[in-house]
Design a binder for this molecule. Structure first.
Ligand code: KE4
Length: 433
């Protein structure tokens, strides 16, 4: 374990200082900037399994897992070997490749709602495409999203979004025209009455509702009993579509995603992260009658130079193959439950009100004495304390997501030793919080 006195980050600081002159905020994505937890971001040098090493040689147990894709552990030898073989055949074809068929079949076989799928290059692209498809199929313009849910950075979703938008306190972003978000209706997560009211106020105008079936972008917030089922009935009742954004939960909450876990089948689903195994892949899919509207089969246009490229397909295929191995999800559930239950026990012992939970390899906790059912509840958490905790854990060699409004992720590579070390670090830090 890193001792605090030996915790040197001068090389990280040097590289980050240069990065800030070259790239806005010195990062390629805002949440990496540590804005809400303070201090300088850590510059990584290499990753392996459940661990990461920074450019100063510090080692950390990693609970971000590059925001979800590293579910089998970073740099899994079988994924790397498959990529090495694929590399000899080239990096991108810009033409049909059998590997797209292979991954498409795996996704269709796994995810209950998906009869047909289109690959894209990010979760954002998947969500913006599925939104266009919802509107194309129903002929309606308005959509319902939920406060604190994040569906990527496309204009129409940047309304009370989660993740980095919440982290940076950007409920709406400049540059997003009012005309774009005027058709975006919002409701609190877990509030069926609010959704009913929106349908009543906008009869025949709502194309559908999109949500994270388990929220990861306001911190970790699971659906209340009956919430997903209620949404399914409400959307059907009003001729609207139900879309699960499973970019984060897909193949993580279970092999069939949250929809398989909770037994609620949406009309459309978005995917990302895990299905790319660390390379850029997103996807949207669903009922064949809806997906048949997507060009060139139908009139709804969407395209992408690198969509379905052989390297990304290869990493995704191998990752899903590894997840199919017996005991994968039992392992994720066991180590993650041990982690969160341990953290909550230590918080209680050291006098810090805390709430939290986990499902499979996705978890979160809040320094908050009351249950967290939605984004407003999450915002009442002690964000300052979270920042101090994050820093303290970093100095103890544990890398947590640098925001209260993010979820944490474990992998097949996380061991009992990792969890035990994390909990002993947490005890040290919480005693001094
Ligand atoms: P990307 O465009 O970042 O691949 O996916 C957007 C997205 C869509 N839907 C959900 C549920 C998501 O969680 C995301 C992206 N997640 C964030 C982390 N909360 C990515 C990290 C980042 O923005 O750097």
């Amino acid at each position: 374990m890193v001792s605090i006195t030996s915790f040197k980050t001068s090389r990280s600081e040097e590289i980050f200082a240069s990065a800030q002159k070259l790239m806005p905020g010195g990062v390629s994505s805002p949440v990496r900037a540590f804005k809400s937890v303070g201090g300088q971001p850590i510059v990584f040098d290499r990753v392996k399994g459940s661990h990461i090493w920074d450019v100063d040689g510090n080692e950390y147990i990693d609970y971000v897992g590059t925001w979800g894709p590293a579910i089998c552990g970073h740099a899994h030898p079988e994924v790397l070997a498959a990529l090495r073989d694929a590399l000899d055949k080239g990096t991108s074809f810009g033409a049909p490749c059998v590997l797209e068929n292979v991954l498409a079949e795996m996704v269709i076989d796994a995810v209950p709602s998906i009869e047909m799928v289109r690959f894209v290059n990010s979760g954002t692209e998947a969500c913006m495409s599925v939104l266009r498809l919802m509107r194309a199929f129903t002929g309606r313009e308005k959509i319902i999203k939920f406060e604190g849910c994040y569906h990527g950075h496309a204009d129409m979703f940047l309304v009370k979004a989660g993740s980095g938008v919440a982290t940076l306190g950007l409920p709406d972003s400049p540059g997003v025209p009012k005309s774009t978000t005027s058709s975006t209706l919002t409701a609190p997560y877990n509030d069926l009455e609010a959704v009913k009211a929106l349908f009543a106020e906008n009869p025949g105008e709502i194309a559908g509702a999109i949500l994270e079936p388990v929220v990861g972008n306001s911190g970790f917030i699971p659906p209340d009993a009956g919430f997903l089922e209620g949404l399914r009935l409400l959307t059907q009742e009003h001729g609207a579509l139900l879309v699960f954004d499973e970019v984060m939960t897909g193949f993580r909450i279970s092999y069939g995603g949250a929809q398989a876990k909770f037994g609620v089948t949406p009309d459309l689903t978005t995917l990302g992260k895990v299905i790319g195994g660390g390379l850029p892949v997103g996807a949207y899919g669903g009922r064949k009658d809806i997906m048949s509207m997507v060009a060139p089969a139908g009139p709804m246009y969407q395209a992408g130079t690198l969509s379905g490229n052989p390297l990304a397909m290869t990493a995704g295929i191998k990752t899903l193959e590894l997840l199919q191995k017996a005991g994968s999800y039992e392992h994720l559930d066991r180590v993650t439950t041990k982690l969160v239950e341990g953290l909550l026990e230590i918080a209680k012992e050291t006098g810090h009100p805390a709430m939290g939970g986990s499902i499979s390899g996705m978890f979160g906790f809040f320094f908050n004495g009351d249950p967290v059912h939605n984004y407003d509840d999450a915002k009442k958490s002690d964000l300052t304390k979270f920042g101090r905790f994050h820093r303290g854990m970093l100095e103890q060699g544990v890398y947590l997501a640098p925001s209260q409004f993010e979820a944490g992720f474990t992998s097949l590579a996380h061991t009992d030793e990792d969890i035990d070390k994390t909990l002993s670090a947490a005890r040290e830090v919480m005693k001094q919080l």
